[in-house]
Design a protein around this ligand. Structure first.
Ligand SMILES: O=C([O-])CC(=O)C(=O)O
Ligand SMILES: [Mg+2]
Length: 581
């Protein structure tokens, strides 16, 4: 029998004499029914029930996975609010992961807004009040000194993908303290549903360094540590300990840094991206997603990326990530660094980023010099958003501010003097934080605008025509980027790999006519293609540690990726020699 792959404290994945996989489990009876990665509930066969001590503990009828899906989905439909649906699905995930992913796969488009943005935003806000089951790893200021022991308590032995947040800037809704755990869980469920990373290879992490939200600290039901956030060297020390712990216990793991505030997001990424393979989803994932959409939108206009003039509003992780991705995209088109910069205008709280303002390091390369603005008509000290759009002759406007309603009619209308088809992407999440309602943007521009949002919006009817609103969410990037990195065991996630993800998404969009992003129903297929091309890029750039794929042809690589992608189906369970109840 081939060597077992010991993926969990509770089971090995083995192959039988015919080469079929089964799970060799060392836990039986009632305990087994409470391990969501193993529990089939009513789906255990007669033989399994007998061999594993489950008889009498589950109802007599053995359900097929199809029957279980039907029962569970009907009950799901009876939940009345989106939050109830979210809680229902999360509870299912914590009971029976195969069934959860089987249902999620069947209803991906319907359930994405429930498990992910926007509903996950609600779940984050009230996480301490709806908490039920343990999932993932909580590391706090109380126990960071013993992070190695904490990691040993995680029953998984071969974690490959980690999403870690310090919850300082969740979506567009700011500091959420311990509640950010819901984001790490939600993102990883997409890694499995869209990216094909097995659920037993994923670990959501909440880095609880405190919260600056007094209302949370004062709430006796709040589940995080009740003190203000660590800052400065203490914060860095906390993250160092965490990264060292992960590298020791899970040397093959990739870390996705998620929803770090602007003051730390860039520093954390640069500090660790060469220590452990890691990327920041809000900087790089959002950047790649936006670049792909802008390439698609330019094509719909019959133009190129370098024909556009970009105004990016918001200079945090998302805004600077998007501006950086646009600059890389323009340089790839042949523009020099200076030529690319001259087409990008980043606006933040003081107005257009300009030298003389209090600027953060990551903003500096986008700040304009007063000389750059010769001939501009500006009323105050620094150009406002509206003045920037008018004077720069913007053709593309992107929002990453978290400020609802920030794009005003006057400003969007003004873009029509610069281009017949303005590109308007109000990208902030969740839905309640969007910079403009897509229907308004379409009306203000008499149907001419090319629109995409971060959270899902229904198609809009305007002038007797239906307009799809593209969902420009980093969900089109991170599952494939991460899976490609996992497959190639990338030593580092390079800028080239992130760019490849963006270009793949742009290529995949081309098949969808007048859309700037593919429909969500294509998410899994798009993610597979992103993964294949990211893995290829890792090989080409010499960061691929997975020897088995280095010499594969493109077709062979694609077949390898598809074979390795996890699908929700029950594997037979057998009792291991050392099993205990
Ligand atoms: O989670 C999402 O929908 C996209 C994202 O990373 C964010 O908005 O922070
Ligand atoms: Mg995020």
């Amino acid at each position: 029998m081939p060597e077992a792959r010991r993926v969990s404290r509770y089971y090995d994945v083995r192959r039988d004499e015919d080469g079929h996989r089964f799970l060799d489990v060392n836990v039986t009876g009632f305990s087994l029914l409470h391990i969501p990665l193993l529990n089939k509930s009513t789906g255990f066969t007669r033989q399994e029930r007998r061999a594993l001590g489950l008889e009498g503990l589950v109802p007599p009828h053995t359900s097929t996975l199809e029957e279980q899906k039907e029962r569970t989905y009907l009950r799901y439909l009876q939940q009345t609010t989106d939050l109830e649906k979210h809680e229902y699905l999360r509870a299912l995930q914590d009971r029976n992961e195969v069934l959860f992913y089987a249902i999620f796969a069947d209803h991906l488009e319907e359930m994405l807004p429930i498990l992910y943005t926007p509903t996950v935003g609600e779940a984050v806000r009230i996480f301490s009040h709806i908490y039920r089951y343990p999932r993932g790893l909580s590391v706090s200021t109380e126990d960071i000194d013993r992070v190695d022991e904490l990691l040993e308590n995680v029953p998984l032995n071969d974690v490959r993908m980690i999403v870690a947040t310090d919850s300082s800037a969740i979506l567009g809704i700011g500091d959420q303290g311990f509640g950010g755990m819901a984001i790490s869980i939600g993102k990883l469920s997409l890694y499995t549903a869209a990216g094909g990373v097995g659920p037993d290879k994923t670990l959501p992490v909440e880095l609880d360094v405190g919260t600056d939200r007094q209302d949370l600290i004062d709430d006796p039901l709040y589940l995080g540590v009740h003190h203000r956030r660590l800052t400065g060297p203490e914060y860095d020390e906390f993250l160092d300990r965490f990264v060292e712990g992960v590298a020791a216990r899970y040397p093959k793991a990739i870390i996705q840094w998620e929803d770090f505030a602007r003051g730390t997001a860039f520093r954390v990424l640069e500090r660790y991206r060469r220590v452990v393979p890691s990327f920041n989803d809000d900087i790089q994932g959002t950047g790649a997603m936006a670049l792909a959409g802008l390439i698609g939108a330019s094509r719909l206009k019959g133009e190129s990326l370098h024909d556009q003039v970009f105004v990016v509003v918001g200079a945090g992780a998302g805004g600077i990530g998007v501006a950086s991705a646009i600059r890389q995209g323009l340089m790839r088109d042949g523009l020099t660094y200076a030529e690319a910069n001259a087409r990008i205008f980043v606006v933040d709280r003081y107005g257009l980023l300009t030298h003389g303002q209090p600027l953060e390091d990551h903003q500096l390369s986008f700040a304009k010099h007063p000389g750059d603005l010769a001939g501009w008509e500006v009323a105050g000290e620094w150009p406002t958003l509206h003045e920037t759009v008018v004077n720069a002759r913007a053709t593309a406007l992107l929002g990453l501010t978290g400020v609802p309603g920030l794009f005003r009619q006057l400003t969007v209308e003004a873009m029509l003097s610069n281009t017949p088809r303005p590109i308007v992407f109000p990208l902030s999440n969740p839905t309640s934080n969007v910079e403009a309602q897509p229907g308004d943007v379409l009306r203000w521009t008499a149907g001419a605008a090319i629109i995409a949002t971060g959270s899902p919006f229904p198609d809009i009817e305007y002038g007797g025509r239906m307009y799809p609103v593209g969902q420009g969410n980093n969900a089109f990037i991170f599952p494939g980027l991460g899976f490609g990195a996992v497959i190639s065991r990338a030593r580092e996630i390079t800028d080239g790999m992130v760019m490849e993800a963006a270009l793949t998404l742009a290529d995949e969009t081309r098949a969808h006519g007048d859309r700037v992003y593919p429909p969500i129903s294509c998410l899994r297929e798009v993610s597979m293609r992103v993964a294949v091309r990211v893995a290829r890029r890792a090989i080409d750039e010499g960061v691929c540690a997975e020897r088995r794929i280095r010499n594969l042809t493109d077709d062979e690589l694609e077949a390898f990726v598809r074979r390795r992608s996890w699908v929700p189906k029950y594997l037979p369970l057998r009792k291991a020699a050392d099993a205990r109840d």
